[in-house]
Design a protein around this ligand. Sequence first.
Ligand code: ATP
Ligand code: MG
Length: 550
Amino acid sequence: MADVIEMTNFIHDIIDHDLETKKYGDREILTRFPPEPNGYLHIGHAKSICLNFMTAQKYHGACNLRYDDTNPVKEEVEYIDSIEADVRWLGFQWKERLWASDYFDEMYECAVTLIKKGKAFVCDFNAEQIRENRGTLTEAGKESPYRNRSVEENLRLFEEMREGKYADGEKVLRAKIDMASPNINMRDPVIYRIAHVAHHNTGNKWCIYPMYDFAHPIEDAIEGITHSICTLEFEDHRPLYDWVLREVGKWPAPPQQIEFARLNITNTVMSKRYLKALVDEGAVEGWDDPRMPTIAGIRRRGYTPEAVRDFCERIGVAKANSTVDVAQLEACVRDDLKLRVENRNVVENPIKVIITNYPEDRTEEMAIENNREVPEMGDRMVPFSRELWVDGDDFMEVPARKYFRLFPGNEVRFKGAYFLTCNEVIKNDSGEIVELHCTYDPDTRSGTEGANRKVKGTIHWVDAKTAEKIRIRNYDYLMIENDETGENELNPDSLVESRGYAEPLLGQAQPGERFQFFRKGYYICDELSSEEEKVFNKIVGLKSSFKVKK
Ligand code: ATP
Ligand code: MG
């Protein structure tokens, strides 16, 4: 289990109060995470998972994983496996794994209870008629002509609905509440509908299925959930949630629904349906494409569970909807990796450097620190010889203002090695740069007195003879925000692949290992890697690319 962090928020204030007043007696604080198994979880779900599990941890209670499968859709084993892997990856363990469909019998009994109390009736209106009679925010609805059927008739008709006597949509069971309620959810809402569809769990046993607003409070109550945390769009449904539990009347201390603002992040679309479309259309490589905001995607991207939990903590729990800058998530990732991963030298768009005054047959092993901020992480030995690669960004034939890296006539420090001066740029017949001829100053070896001389630029390098060729997948946001419409659209440049040269040690990297490519960013070795070629995903750059909007 994840570390318990002493967080507090308005939800915890409610729980504190409930504990003080002994609302739930000696029962443990029990929360639940209730995904519908119809897709992969995304970072928004991670927020809900962290909130539910961490709240349970804080109060030494527990959290259930409950599949909300009251909709008769085909079970996708792939989704269920992914959901469980994701919750575990985030560092949490559920108390029980449950299925809402296991409660169908009990839900049916609850509906019968309501009918017997005169609190539910069978209505012959179709969906359109119900909508037409529902009224508006300013106008009361009209009572259904079927509203005053006798208890006996309702019991018989509901039983016939269950037996399959009626077609889909022919009849529904509605709660009898108040067609004049200012809350439209309370205007005799439908609580059971007919659907002649097999269910993955109950097969053909049922052809009537409970509606979410009726099923969910009963699921919570059966399990003994104390606090049912959900997102803000259910705030207006809370009176119905409470009504169902009160009228069914089986539970002396029913659960308390508490709403919080759902997580929105800039440049990120969080909707299972939308994400599924991206996968189905082939716009991304799969649910775990490193650009996807799915938990599987950010895991493959190289984000850590610690960073995701930290992010969920830092943004807190709000009562009003807002959008969090994606840069905040990236900052958490950077903060987490900064002190954990080792540096490696990698160059992209490589340019060959020949040190004309360095012996041809010599190789020196240079000790280079693995992580400047964590001396205990020690040094690694990196070979250095006459031919090196430098990064394309670290050379300019005609230097821009304030450019202190390599250019003709300039001397720079090759990190962990020597000072080099660029003397000559060698080009091919088409005018492309093929080599830089440099000289090194033998008195400036790193760690010696001579290396203390001041020089403005420091760059990194890779020894050409022992270089490891790698594939780098550089990611940008999958979505860009269109300033005019405020809508998100796909970023055509969300993946730019490049090849690079790496110091030899990186040839031993295993999938899942993370590094800082010195001066470039954080990268993770991807599962696409083979013995022949290692593939790295860019996790996040070194500095925030966050720009304040003008
Ligand atoms: P989506 O709209 O993305 O398909 P959903 O809400 O339909 O998501 P569920 O499987 O029903 O997905 O959600 C499981 C739980 O996760 C619910 O309690 C829901 O409130 C919560 N959740 C979903 N999206 C977010 C979000 N963006 N922020 C916080 N909680 C979320
Ligand atoms: Mg849903």
